[in-house]
Design a protein around this ligand. Structure first.
Ligand code: ADP
Ligand code: ZN
Length: 214
């Protein structure tokens, strides 16, 4: 099963991707998390990506496409995967097509801009493993500490309200056209993002079941 989560920054796609990953034992591949990891490790990729990520712009296509190609070639992707944050514009989607990859389902999690701006202030990310949390909708068991690896939870620099505004603009201009792109391929569903994370998960899993039972 090859899935992709689409949705504005902060719509909750990372959280849903992790839940689906655990349920079906297929990896969730977050390009944002891969970039943050590279930035934290100070690799060449991280150094290159930093100015784009911190300012809320997209990292150049050739960089991100190369990164995804490498990741999808790893063994754990053999039985499927969940893409979170890729593709993020039409040329990245075309690159995926050219790699011969056919997505079974693209789930667009819809949340209004207004609610997104409110939500962003609660986002936290583990500095060691990259797992995302939210102080209200998906808190860690111990405040400020990652459930998975005990790493420290930090506020993302690009979650600053000014940067969030820019990320939303980038989303509407570059990423939203993918709704039409994948609708035309007949693989798109929209899930209305709920206040309760578990409610969004229910809707998401119901859509996945429909595809699995086909
Ligand atoms: P969110 O979905 O909350 O915006 P992500 O963690 O998916 O956050 O992405 C964070 C940042 O990483 C983006 O603002 C962008 O700079 C970069 N990024 C992630 N995925 C891509 C991609 N597919 N193409 C270009 N840049 C990307
Ligand atoms: Zn962690």
């Amino acid at each position: 099963m090859k899935l992709m989560f689409l949705g504005a920054p902060g719509a909750g796609k990372g959280t849903q991707a992790e839940i689906v990953s655990e349920k079906y034992s297929i990896p969730a591949i977050s390009t944002g998390a891969l970039l943050r990891e590279a930035m934290a490790n100070g690799t060449e990729l991280g150094t290159l990506a930093k100015k784009y990520v911190d300012s809320g712009s997209l990292v150049p296509d050739e960089v991100i496409i190369g990164l995804v190609k490498e990741r999808l070639a790893e063994k754990d992707c053999a039985n499927g995967y969940i893409l979170d944050g890729f593709p993020r514009n039409v040329s990245q989607a075309e690159a995926l097509d050219q790699m011969g990859i056919k997505l079974d389902l693209v789930i667009d999690i819809h949340v209004s801009d207004e609610r997104i701006v409110k939500r962003m202030s609660g986002r936290r990310v583990c500095k060691d493993c990259g797992r995302s949390y939210h102080t209200e909708s998906s808190p860690s068991k111990v405040e400020g500490v990652c459930d998975v690896c005990n790493g420290e939870l930090l506020f993302r620099k690009d979650d600053d309200p000014v940067v969030v505004k820019h990320r939303l603009e980038v989303y509407h201009e570059q990423t939203e056209p993918l709704i039409n792109y994948y609708s035309k391929k007949g693989v798109l569903v929209t899930v209305e993002g709920q206040e309760e994370k578990a409610e969004t998960t229910k809707l998401t899993l119901a859509e996945i079941d429909k595809v699995r039972n086909k």
